[in-house]
Design a protein around this ligand. Structure first.
Ligand SMILES: Cc1cc2nc3c(=O)[nH]c(=O)nc-3n(C[C@H](O)[C@H](O)[C@H](O)COP(=O)(O)OP(=O)(O)OC[C@H]3O[C@@H](n4cnc5c(N)ncnc54)[C@H](O)[C@@H]3O)c2cc1C
Length: 373
């Protein structure tokens, strides 16, 4: 027999950076919110990721633990040519960003959502959804059903529940992404966290990003070329970085077998709408990922913050669906510039980055703050 819980103000489906941020904002506004996440919690500290410095303000608003999440700032950034024969070092007055571990960030967000009064059900898979006249109903893996007046879909990019909620997917991006990571040999440690970007891996503008932090290194690939050539290119850049003694150990073996996944980079700009019946799309589900850098954590959280402002207005209105429609305008006004691909031909720009310091600085600003080049 199935049981239906009382109706929540908002259901948030997905407890990644976007969903957990939304749950915090809604609970802070004293709305009843249920956050549903398939993964258990707490998670292990997990893979390295970088977040641009802009998120510091967001951490303040969410009252997240600064000491833990801002413990590893990086100011050292190096751009490399694909041949690794030239380098450019953009200058930053403040940290360009922070290196975090995905599990640590997620645990901090979920803990804060709970502390603010959100109900969190981890280890719960949502199997289906139905958008009725006055509410949305979710069917859970334990045969329970839950109802909310409104729904925030924060499932990540490829959930079948996105089309199920009535959203048409745009053609999809041609960008594939993947990450490999390793520990340094015993006793070795980096004094300072740093980040490097290997640019122009092929004609379309593919690039790899490497992170060095504590006793760990990570390399991720953002591949726009022939999909079949992606793993080979990933292995090559890992091998080249190791041979040039920029990043040890050599992760080529792991990279060659990694499964590259489609990235939703800048898809938000191509989507017809992010507003469905009683429903908004946020984070990767809505394609809120910066095109130039593939940065996703900060825009996921930013889109969630904007969406919750709209949701709070909708909950206070008799015309709730009309209020939800304003999300489209809100994010386009504030986030579109940041998400957009560079306004210049990168093939033309790249040689200048390695011969002209102001150009390196401008690419740095574009990569880490979304400024136009
Ligand atoms: C290889 C790789 C490296 C990356 N590196 C970086 C980086 O260094 N910096 C950066 O800023 N971004 C990076 N990104 C992008 C970043 O990870 C994402 O943009 C960000 O996690 C999006 O957050 P989200 O909350 O929207 O989605 P996700 O983080 O994908 O969270 C979605 C959540 O929804 C849950 N879920 C989905 N379906 C269901 C269901 N039916 N029932 C219950 N739960 C469900 C999932 O379990 C998941 O936890 C990287 C991405 C990849 C693939």
């Amino acid at each position: 027999m199935t049981k239906t819980d009382p109706t929540y103000d908002v259901l948030v489906l997905g407890g990644g950076p976007s969903g957990a941020t939304a749950a915090i904002c809604l609970a802070q506004a004293e709305r009843s919110v249920l956050l549903l996440e398939a993964a258990p919690d707490p998670l292990p500290a997990g893979a390295l990721a970088w977040v641009s410095a802009q998120w510091v303000d967001l951490l303040e608003t969410l009252k997240l633990p600064r000491e833990e999440l801002l413990a590893r700032p990086f100011q050292q950034v190096r751009f490399h040519t694909a041949m690794l024969d030239k380098e450019a070092t953009p200058a930053f007055m403040e940290p360009a960003g922070y290196i975090v571990q995905r599990g640590t960030l997620r645990n901090a967000l979920i803990a804060q959502a709970r502390a603010c009064g959100a109900e969190v059900r981890s280890g719960t898979v949502v199997q289906d959804l139905a958008q009725a006249e006055g509410h949305v109903e979710l069917a859970l893996s334990d045969e329970q059903k839950v109802r909310g007046k409104l729904l925030l879909l924060a499932t990540g990019h490829q959930s079948p529940l996105i089309p199920r909620a009535g959203f048409a997917r745009p053609g999809g991006t041609a960008i594939l992404t993947g990450q490999v990571e390793a520990a340094l040999p015993e006793g070795k440690i980096f004094d300072e966290p740093s980040l490097g970007v290997v640019l122009g891996l092929e004609r379309e503008g593919s690039f790899a990003t490497y992170l060095r932090c504590g006793n760990r290194v990570a390399i991720s690939l953002n591949w726009l070329g022939d999909p079949a050539a992606g793993p080979r290119a990933f292995a090559k850049v890992c091998k080249d970085l190791a041979s040039a003694d920029i990043l040890q150990p050599d992760l080529a073996g792991t990279a060659a077998s990694v499964r590259l996944a489609p990235s939703p980079a800048s898809l938000a700009l191509d989507m017809d709408t992010h507003v469905g019946k009683h429903t908004l799309l946020i984070g990767d589900a809505g394609g809120f990922v910066a095109a130039i850098s593939n940065e996703g954590v900060y825009p996921a959280m930013w889109s969630a913050q904007l969406a919750t402002e709209v949701v709070l207005a909708a909950l206070n209105s008799n015309q709730s669906q009309d209020e939800l429609m304003s999300f489209e305008q809100q994010w386009r006004m504030t986030m579109a510039e940041y998400l957009r691909p560079p306004n210049t031909d990168m093939q033309f720009l790249l040689p200048l980055v390695f011969s002209n310091q102001p150009m390196a600085d401008r690419l740095g600003a574009a990569f880490f703050t979304g400024e136009t080049i």
